[in-house]
Design a protein around this ligand. Structure first.
Ligand code: PGA
Length: 255
């Protein structure tokens, strides 16, 4: 029996908060979640990163970005490179389904972003997950396997591999922001599939250390059942991460 993997709870603020109020919100979240044993990460919008970084200095809550560009620098109007995030963030969400949907991000883009994260010391939280139609037609597993294998294939083509500190978030797209979470059985089964796919494509060692989060309408009421599955190592929390008490109630589950 392996050691239990330490737990991670990351908050994705999406396009919410402002440079004027983000610092206060982050400081309050840090205060009410100051509990040992759970790695906490807050991912505010880019423009709020300096305020959140300052507010969290001296706390054990880490700062993450919500995205990074796949190229190092250049003519990419409106984009932000990994080098620019150095000093502001130590984590980065990559391939969130809202970006796959709205910006058309592909598994190949995700792979390039993972390479940039590795170059600049950003710990990636890579998101995968199926659409509702894919789940309803029994293709959820194949979708997530395809996302993983295509990303890994592109990483290998780029002369890279999966980072040893990689975190993968299983986020069924139909569960995000809808109040409908995956059943604990489905979340556990998909987490196991993610771990075995990584073991098959990379190595068993990489798979053992891999942290897998569940995301999609996580709240204080469903966290216990979702985390009961041995392959689920924490949560990626959207809406509930904007409210200190709700986020704290999720983190406190582990205490
Ligand atoms: P949600 O978002 O918790 O609001 O469903 C999760 C996410 O998109 O990371």
């Amino acid at each position: 029996m392996n050691e239990p993997r330490p737990v991670i709870v990351a908050g994705n603020w999406k396009m919410n908060s402002s440079p004027g109020d983000a610092g206060r919100l982050a400081a309050e979240i840090a205060r009410v979640t100051e509990l040992p044993g759970v790695t906490r990460v807050l991912c505010p919008p880019y423009v709020c990163l300096p305020a959140v970084k300052d507010a969290l200095a001296g706390s054990s809550v880490a700062v993450g970005a919500q995205n990074v560009h796949g190229e190092q620098a250049g003519a990419y109007t409106g984009e932000v490179s990994a080098a620019m995030l150095t000093g502001l963030a130590t984590w980065c969400i990559v391939g969130h389904s809202e970006r796959r949907r709205d910006q058309g991000e592909t598994d190949e883009d995700v792979a390039r972003k993972l390479v940039r994260c590795a170059e600049h010391g950003l710990r990636p939280i890579m998101c995968v997950g199926e659409q509702l139609a894919e789940r309803q037609s029994g293709r959820a597993e194949a979708t997530v396997r395809r996302q993983l294998t295509q990303t890994i294939a592109e990483l290998l083509r780029l002369g890279s591999g999966l980072a040893a500190d990689l975190v993968i978030a299983y986020e069924p797209v139909w569960a995000i922001g809808t109040g409908r979470n995956a059943s604990p059985e489905d979340a556990g089964e998909m987490a196991e599939i993610i771990r075995t796919t990584v073991a098959d494509r990379m190595s068993g060692v990489a798979a053992d250390g891999l942290r897998i989060l569940y995301g999609g309408s996580v709240n204080a009421g469903n966290i216990k059942d979702l985390m009961a599955k041995s392959d689920v190592d924490g949560g990626l929390v959207g809406g509930a991460s904007l409210d200190p008490d709700s986020f704290a109630a999720i983190v406190r589950y582990w205490v």
